[in-house]
Design a protein around this ligand. Structure first.
Ligand SMILES: [Zn+2]
Length: 256
């Protein structure tokens, strides 16, 4: 069974630091392959407390879309868990170069536990077991950041990770299932952090028209506006299926 499970839906600093939502990232399972995306603070605990339990030693890889803390806080703990305390050298770590080299978020001795490290670059294709994915161009975010397009035939699944909106953005992520990181309900003038708002999401959905859109990575304004209410309003306005992720939500990809 192929599935994605949200072990966190928090985005940006306040929701993460207060743990108003969990910040564990996403577990993706396709065929026999398990990939962990963005192990933010609490990822290890959320895996082990998950029902049924998600066992980190069954992971084949860990992927960082970028090095910000809400995406990488537990990366070292998760690598250690994947490799059974470092005693079993295995797995692949995918990360942008700046997460590994300048002010790195992966400790050197922990990085040595993985079998190989693959540096994420623009417009590149990657494969790990049964999972194939590609990056598009670099996002407009303060650190090197990539979104992801998964080819999970028969389905395509895209993740629009943190970014400022730019005109080409919708066309880079044409997955039938589209996961969007939407931090803000309303745009703010000069956003120093570069995140998407619901207005940006509307612009994206009008072009991409995904079969299913999943909103996640919520900041304070989204939490206050109740993400499920915002999703229902979008669904009504656009005539497309839109849901808001909740902590622990699991989606069976064969049933979508
Ligand atoms: Zn983020």
């Amino acid at each position: 069974m192929s599935f994605i499970k949200f072990l966190g839906t928090a985005g940006a600093r306040f929701v993460v630091m207060k743990q108003l939502r969990a910040s564990g990232g996403v577990w993706l399972s396709v065929g026999k392959t398990n990939l962990y995306i963005d192990p933010g603070p609490g990822a290890l605990v959320r895996c082990l407390n998950s029902k049924p339990k998600l066992e980190p030693s069954t992971l084949d890889g860990i992927l960082l879309t970028h090095k910000h803390l809400d995406h990488s806080g537990d990366v070292n703990a998760m690598i250690e868990a994947m490799t059974e305390g470092g005693f079993k050298k295995k797995g692949v770590l995918f990360a942008p170069r700046d997460a590994l080299e300048e002010d790195p978020v992966v400790l050197k001795y922990v990085g040595d536990y993985v079998e190989r490290v693959e540096v994420l670059r623009e417009n590149s294709a990657y494969r790990i077991g049964d999972i194939r994915f590609s990056t598009a161009r670099k996002h407009q975010h303060r650190v090197e950041t990539y979104g992801l397009n998964f080819d999970l035939s028969p389905h395509t699944l895209s993740f629009i990770i943190d970014t400022k909106f730019f005109p080409e953005l919708p066309n880079l992520y044409r997955g039938e299932i589209l996961v969007i990181h939407v931090v803000r309900q309303k745009p703010i003038g000069e956003d120093p952090i570069d995140h998407l708002s619901i207005e940006d999401v509307k612009s994206i959905l009008k072009i991409v028209k995904p079969r299913l859109t999943i909103l996640t990575h919520f900041g304070m304004t989204m939490i206050k506006a109740k993400p499920w209410v915002v999703a229902a309003e979008l669904e009504k306005e656009l005539g497309l299926k839109v849901i808001a992720a909740s902590d622990g939500m699991k989606l069976n990809l064969e049933e979508v």
